[in-house]
Write a protein that binds this ligand. Sequence first.
Ligand SMILES: Cc1ncc(COP(=O)(O)O)c(C=O)c1O
Length: 375
Amino acid sequence: MKQIKAIPMLDLSQEITELWAEYNTAIQTVLRSSQFINGPETRAFEVEVAEYLGVKHAIGVNSGTDALTISLRALGIGKGDEVITSPFSFFATAESISNAGAKPVFVDIEEDSFNIDPKQIIKAISDKTKAIMPVHLYGRPANMAEIIATAIKYNLKLVEDAAQSFGARYFAKNSQLDAKFTGALGDINAFSFYPTKNLGAFGDAGLITTNTDELAELALKLRTHGSIKRYHNEMLGYNSRLDSIQAAILRIKLRHIDKWNAQRRNAAQYYNELLKDAFGIISPELSQGHIFHQYTIRLIDADRDQVKTKLAARGISTMIYYPIPQDKLEVYQGQYASYANSNKLAEEVLSLPIWPNISKEQQERVVTSLLQILN
Ligand SMILES: Cc1ncc(COP(=O)(O)O)c(C=O)c1O
């Protein structure tokens, strides 16, 4: 019997093969330099990525989670403060707020964009609110014009969780925000380079961005045990540095990210075409600037978990981002009200396989199987 090859959620093998020699040379250069932490590769990556994003400062750290926590700490956010964010995200979003000592305040999301609803933010502002943390979920920029206007009006800080949106641009006609990258719009912002991210390292890695000198200096201090000058620790910080091998890999990948993001968008467009007459499926909008870190559909007339299991039986991997909204996680049990859109989407969403060079044939197989299961 002919064996049909399984389709994973993400397949980096072609990319790794294509760039094998470059990756090898970069790793060997680090080995020869013996500078494994905060070496020249890390600094070079910080300079290049800041230039790419159009920000004044980029500070490499250990992970996206650390980038968020350190950003909040740099803003002086802690005990007694509230930070407004989306319930529909990976737990690192809320966890960073809690770990900084503050309270996450969730507001519901927009049904079509999966992102925080700016109108709900205004209703949740209290005298304890210090910041807003929008998440650009699946690589789609949140509605930043309205969020920024609210932040300015109520004198709140803005921390973008751009973990899933490297290279995504926010478009707003006739605005100075137009075509700016996500992660370049807030006061201080966080990216993740976890290996499955659209810009992924070969291990944990993250980045903080800011245009404010004082925040950059604080972030630099916080990532190295609260010190700039060795053995002169001024505050409690973290051991959260971006190691040189990861930085060297990210420098190479940064040169390809626009092409890879465009390929992701093309793949998303093709899925949308294949699904355009499908009953019971809402496919994602091909909104401007969206880089489709994930391609996520909504199954509105079927048992999503069963569909996922049946696809798996046919060798097709899918993922649920996220089955439990953050407010409903055990860690916060009983502390929050419910958020209708977030709850509904947690039951409906299914992310299909996507990566830059997924083939049309693979996408057709995913959709054919999906439609057979649904009919
Ligand atoms: C929205 C969001 N925020 C934060 C993070 C945390 O990033 P990291 O895994 O690099 O700590 C992730 C990554 O999974 C994420 O998806």
